[in-house]
Design a protein around this ligand. Structure first.
Ligand SMILES: CC(C)(COP(=O)(O)OP(=O)(O)OC[C@H]1O[C@@H](n2cnc3c(N)ncnc32)[C@H](O)[C@@H]1OP(=O)(O)O)[C@@H](O)C(=O)NCCC(=O)NCCS
Length: 180
């Protein structure tokens, strides 16, 4: 089993097809229209492979956001997926831990890893904390931009501190872009 970080623009056709199929199998309630992404291309993929077979993957979005008016460097984790027939065997945890290990020394470049999730327990086991936040974000659906939205969330935003900055709960988080 290998885990490799690949810039999105360097993905080969076979990997793109496998990732599109993986997303479709793992999120049957969503319509991906054969794409490798739901709303927007990520910047990187962390890909777990057995030989040429992609058994799991996640997307990574690296951007500046604003938390309580202060800039923070955020590495966003998107669409964590493990092949359905291999779920529940620790591979998802292995992938998330590989991400944590890969990022941990870049404390000057990444303040927080952030993700939006329903499966809190899985991510809590990997060191992530659920936070309560006012959020401002750009709504994109099926390649149409619907402008800015604002709302308060307490059951889906999870973070892991990487750098020295402390997370400010209840402060406004401006995502400076789309909600992944
Ligand atoms: C979520 C997912 C990535 C986890 O990967 P995995 O390899 O199955 O997870 P692991 O085997 O490492 O399991 C780790 C823990 O998460 C829990 N877990 C796994 N899948 C879960 C699920 N679907 N719902 C709730 N908890 C889950 C397991 O109970 C396990 O806890 P335990 O060790 O205390 O029993 C994988 O199940 C998946 O691809 N699911 C479909 C897509 C999805 O929902 N992605 C997450 C979007 S937020």
């Amino acid at each position: 089993m290998t885990i490799e970080l690949i810039p999105e623009f360097q993905l080969d056709p076979s990997s793109k097809t496998q990732i599109a199929n993986l997303l479709k199998a793992c999120f049957p309630e969503e319509e991906f229209h054969g794409r490798t992404y739901f709303k927007q291309l990520p910047h990187y993929r962390l890909v777990m492979k057995e030989g040429e077979l992609i058994v799991g993957q996640l997307g990574l979005d690296y951007r500046v956001m604003s938390l309580g008016g202060q800039p923070i460097n955020v590495l966003g984790v998107i669409d964590v997926t493990i092949l359905p027939e291999l779920q529940g065997q620790g591979l998802g945890t292995k992938l998330m831990k590989a991400l944590g290990g890969m990022v941990s020394k870049y404390t000057d470049n990444v303040d927080f890893i952030l993700l939006i999730a329903e499966k809190h327990q899985f991510y809590e086991n990997c060191g992530y904390t659920l936070v309560k936040q006012k959020v401002k974000w750009l709504t994109i659906e099926e390649h149409i931009n619907y402008g800015l939205q604002e709302n308060e969330f307490e059951d889906c935003i999870m973070i892991k501190q990487v750098g020295k900055k402390e997370w400010k709960e209840n402060a406004e988080l401006d995502m400076f872009g789309y909600w992944y």
